[in-house]
Design a protein around this ligand. Sequence first.
Ligand code: SF4
Length: 111
Amino acid sequence: MRTPVGIECPHFYGDYHRGRNHEECQLLASSDPPQNWQAELCKTCPVPGILRANSCKNMRLNAQVTRLVFDLFKRRVYVSAFCEKTLKSVEKPEIGCGECHPLPPIFEVKK
Ligand code: SF4
């Protein structure tokens, strides 16, 4: 579903049927601990980009709302990722852990 800022995100849910105006981020609601969502968070959220780059079914995202150190009024979504197959945290969610989708040898750096 398209977020209020016009980006496609599978975690956004909006119910506008018969005058309702209910919107929520199901990723933030299901995070541990659950986080409060506001539409402005979607502007800078990295989740849609991560999911466009990596659609691995074994990767689970956990999102937290944080404040920037140098600008305490701005709230941003920080995402951590975990692989349910290797049971490891994923450092770069856009790339993945490398277990299911290893890079072809042409991309390996020789030492
Ligand atoms: S905050 Fe991020 S994950 Fe949640 S609906 Fe907006 S873009 Fe999607």
